[in-house]
Design a protein around this ligand. Structure first.
Ligand code: FAD
Length: 428
């Protein structure tokens, strides 16, 4: 282990001082030499604990072996066998709780930087125009996928590979779900999202943007036209605190704040025509991914003081370690053990110009309201059986629409599992 290097090949990053003035990616990515050096630290355990801990069982060891050899094309093709979006998931997956948490190297040294190697290999393919070649045996059965977030993407890709005619319905004017409208470009550059998603069209998925199922077309109509349906509508509706003042100007739900900033590019106003009100003192309630993203956007929008108001302590934040560390470096301040619902039995007044309530999200009520025949659980998510089928035959669901909010890789995994179930269902 000694000669392999106990310490990770460091990732070059924009300095905090520089990056708080732009929305460009914070990590600058590995060079080919750096990626090979990091990959060569891997001891190639035959039992691949990293793969076992990955929700989509990516062949991580094999991918790293090829990177170590400098065979980047083969590494990319291996990654793509199980993961349709390696450059994206390499950037946003909580690897420290998954593959990297069980890395054998990690027992005595730094775990292999699996996330950054995944991102490297996806970026390398983009730079070099490498895509996987597919030989699809066409089938005449048609499947509708509703929602183009990670769950919808992986379901559509797997079904298309199996030869089904797949039509993807997306409410927004761009595909990608949270990858486009939620996660800011400094964590997930949008050219990378566009590139990885362009594969869907290339493989023959018919993507219909600006199509809200439940409004432009009803679920019943889709059931008549398609042989099976996958619902991957996510959990895009905000949760509120239900306290006085939530309706005031300058108090945002995370969805509104992040959609304005990320999807509508309010940070580039007036070149993009969506404005945003971001005052000098900003408070963000909660400390998960969403809160950290909102706080770091506020810093970049020029706020002088940005507070994370959290009912627990920094250490307990459900955001990724890297996000918390980056936020602290960028000057975000933590106020711990505070909660606007008086959990401490005491009150204080804090003057803030802008407040973002990032308490999390729930499934969209518009879709569920228009499909009363679809059974939901007592907490409002779509109910599915062990095959991810809803109470309606041939209608499957997965991702945040059934979990209420999880991770990109979890949603990818459920999209894949649903595709397998749909294939079983359609092939009898
Ligand atoms: P979504 O990504 O929400 O996609 C659902 C899609 O369905 C959307 O495009 C939506 O427009 C569309 N849709 C909804 N209703 C309809 C309808 N009626 N008709 C047609 N289309 C419809 N996870 C991580 O692993 N790492 C992170 O760092 C991370 N950061 C996050 C930051 C933010 C700000 C947020 C909000 C979430 C974050 N998450 C993160 C969670 C992760 O993004 C989600 O778990 C994941 O995107 C869920 O995927 P999904 O496909 O189920 O839903």
């Amino acid at each position: 282990m000694e000669e392999r290097g106990k310490i990770r090949v460091p990732m070059r990053e924009q300095t905090a001082e520089k990056r708080i003035k732009n929305f460009d990616s914070v990590p600058l990515g590995y060079s080919e030499e750096e990626a090979m050096a990091e990959a060569r630290r891997c001891i190639q355990c035959q039992d691949s604990p990293c793969k076992m801990k990955c929700p989509i069982n990516m062949k991580i060891r094999e991918m790293i072996e090829k990177i170590a050899e400098g065979d980047f094309k083969e590494a990319y093709l291996i990654a793509k066998e199980d993961n349709p979006i390696p450059a994206i998931s390499g950037r946003v997956c909580p690897q420290e709780d998954q593959c990297e948490s069980v890395c054998t190297m990690g027992k005595k040294a730094d775990a292999i930087n699996i996330g950054k190697l995944k991102a490297f290999i996806g970026d390398w393919a983009m730079r070099n125009g490498v895509t996987e070649e597919l030989f699809i045996n066409e089938r005449d059965k048609k499947v509708a996928v509703i929602g183009s977030g990670p769950a919808g993407i992986s379901c559509a890709v797997d079904l298309r590979k199996l030869g089904y005619q797949v039509t993807l319905f997306e409410a927004l004017h761009v595909a990608g779900g949270v990858l486009q409208y939620g996660i800011p470009a400094f964590r997930l550059p949008k050219d990378i999202v566009d590139y990885e998603l362009s594969f869907l069209r290339k493989m023959g998925v018919d993507i219909r943007l600006n199509n809200i199922v439940g409004q432009n077309v009803m679920l019943d109509e889709l059931r008549q036209e398609f042989d099976a349906i996958f619902i991957g509508t996510g959990a895009g509706a905000p949760r509120f605190l239900n306290i006085d003042g939530e309706e005031l100007m300058g108090v945002y739900s995370p969805n509104e704040f992040l959609i304005r900033v990320n999807l509508m590019k309010a940070y580039d106003f007036p070149r993009h025509d969506t404005p945003i009100v971001c005052g000098a003192r900003v408070g963000v309630i909660d400390a998960g991914n969403v809160a950290m993203d909102a706080a770091r956007c506020a810093v970049r929008l020029g706020a002088e003081e940005v507070y994370i108001l959290y009912r627990r302590t920094k250490k307990e934040s459900p955001a990724r370690e890297e996000e918390v560390q980056h936020a602290l470096e960028e000057g975000v301040l933590f106020m711990e053990l505070v909660n606007p619902t008086r959990s401490l039995g005491s009150e204080f007044i804090m003057e803030l110009d802008t407040v973002v309530n990032a308490l999390g999200t729930v499934p969209n009520r518009l879709f569920l309201g228009r499909t009363p025949e679809l059974e939901t659980t007592s907490w409002g998510v779509i109910k599915v059986d062990e095959n991810l089928m809803t109470n309606i035959g041939g209608v499957f669901a997965g991702g945040d629409s059934t979990s209420g909010g999880a991770t990109v890789i979890q949603a990818l995994g459920e999209g894949r599992a649903a595709a397998a179930s749909i294939h079983n269902y359609l092939s009898g």
